[in-house]
Design a protein around this ligand. Structure first.
Ligand code: C2O
Ligand code: CU
Length: 429
């Protein structure tokens, strides 16, 4: 069972009250679900929230009916009702689950958890840890600030917060042995904050992004994680006994320590060699670009964006009126989920989508049901991803094989952008 319900969490220091949250099984984060690759995941979802909800299994190349998207794949699960989620986890890697109804409120209140799909032959590590990184907006009494739906957030960078946690803790820490090797499964579960991460006194390698192994293992320097994105690191505790290694993030406000690894005792007499690449998952390889189905997604709107009008309910509406209706962003000139899909692909067809970010903001664009590669200017394909961070004013082409039948969402994972216009859908027939 997976029971979404109110609870409390100790997010702030002990001299503050506990924070009333909404969580899966009443806690933040929700339970970590671990399954072997190829296994069935079965969870009866029970909605104990005061409003409708669903569960979306982010990054899983899932059966469409289990994708948890209200407008496309299932009805909203009303308060007090339930829904049986049952699907196969085809790819080994780091995934997560979260609501897909009023996501901008429900995730900000604490609804999320990790879904870990284990490799048949996992890499050699001494420990495997999940780190869900969140950014909360707390009021002075440590309660969740009720400023939901603030148009200033929606038209700018989304609801960024003032309190950063890992697994619901402000100072997440672990005792490790000298030369211990860990796998860290990082996920950015914040509504809007883009984290820029680095390690200190730890040696680390990047082995996977968004649940898919990278082709070449790379040493970690800076790692940018947009909302929704994940990264799997292998790290070694290289410090002497008594020293501390840290995972930190560089924010506009300064540097934040996210996790501390205190070295006590000795785990290994010698360090392990650098990790090998993980075995890749069976994501179909790209067909030829020449025959690809093509689509363009023109992203507009937001503050300082210069969008003057867009279509709402089939009519051209001026920006000011759109804003009054809570619509601030447009995809291909529309601020609502279009009736027609962005494109319809035959099953197995290669698709190339050109994203034009004609806004003054970065956006982490997330595609449901598939992983894709961004194509560089030299036609080099980037790593497989399910969420791609685009810079302001940037144009990127992504390519993937549309092999998963159904209607799939494509949206910005800054949840305030998504609700105020940045979402569309495509069909694989
Ligand atoms: Cu992680 Cu459509 O969402
Ligand atoms: Cu966005």
């Amino acid at each position: 069972m997976l029971h979404a319900k109110p609870g409390t969490a100790r997010l702030a220091p002990v001299d503050y009250p506990e924070t009333p949250i909404w969580g899966y099984d009443g806690s933040v984060p929700g339970p970590t679900i671990r399954v072997p690759q190829g296994a069935r995941v079965t969870r009866r979802f029970l909605n104990g929230l005061p409003q409708g909800s669903t569960v979306h299994w982010h990054g899983v190349r899932i059966e469409n009916a289990m994708d948890g998207v209200p407008e496309l794949t299932q009805p909203v699960v009303e308060a007090g009702d339930g829904f049986l989620y049952e699907f196969t986890a085809p790819d080994a890697g780091t995934f997560w689950y979260h609501p897909h109804e009023r996501t901008w409120e429900q995730m900000a209140r604490g609804l999320y958890g990790a879904l870990i799909v284990e490799e048949p032959e996992p890499p050699v590590v001494d420990r495997d840890e999940v780190l869900l990184i969140d950014d909360w907006r707390l009021a002075e009494d440590a309660s969740i600030h009720e400023s939901f739906g603030a148009l200033g957030d929606w038209s700018h960078g989304g609801r960024t917060g003032n309190w950063i946690t890992v697994n619901g803790k402000a100072a997440w820490s672990l005792q490790v042995g000298r030369r211990e090797r860990l796998r860290l499964r990082l996920a950015n579960v914040a509504n809007a904050r883009i984290f820029s991460l680095a390690l200190k006194d730890l040696e680390g390698w990047l082995v996977a992004l968004d649940g898919q192994p990278v082709d070449e293992v790379q040493p970690v320097e800076w790692l940018v994680l947009a909302p929704g994105q994940r990264a799997d690191l292998v790290i070694d505790a290289i410090g002497e006994t008594g020293s501390q290694g840290v995972l930190y993030s560089r924010e506009r406000e300064g540097s934040f320590v996210l996790a501390t690894f205190t070295v006590e005792g000795t785990a290994r007499s010698e360090r392990l060699p650098a990790p090998e690449p993980l075995a890749s998952n069976a994501v179909p390889t790209l067909g030829s670009l020449a025959g690809a189905k093509r689509a363009t997604l023109h992203m507009e709107g937001g503050a300082m964006g210069g969008m003057r009008e867009a279509k709402m309910n089939g009519k051209k509406i001026a920006m000011r009126e759109l804003a009054q209706a809570g619509k601030l962003w447009a995809l291909n000139g529309e601020v609502e989920m279009p009736d027609e899909p962005l494109f319809t692909a035959e099953r197995g067809e290669t698709v190339l989508v050109r994203f034009i970010n004609d806004t003054a903001w970065p956006h982490g664009m997330h595609l449901h049901g598939h992983h894709f590669r961004a194509i560089g200017s030299d036609r080099d394909a980037g790593p497989l991803r399910d969420t791609l961070l685009m810079d302001r004013e940037q144009t990127v082409e992504i390519e993937f094989v549309a092999d998963n039948p159904g209607d799939w969402l494509l949206h910005c994972h800054t949840l305030e952008h998504s609700v105020s216009g940045m979402k569309t859908w495509f069909r694989v027939s």
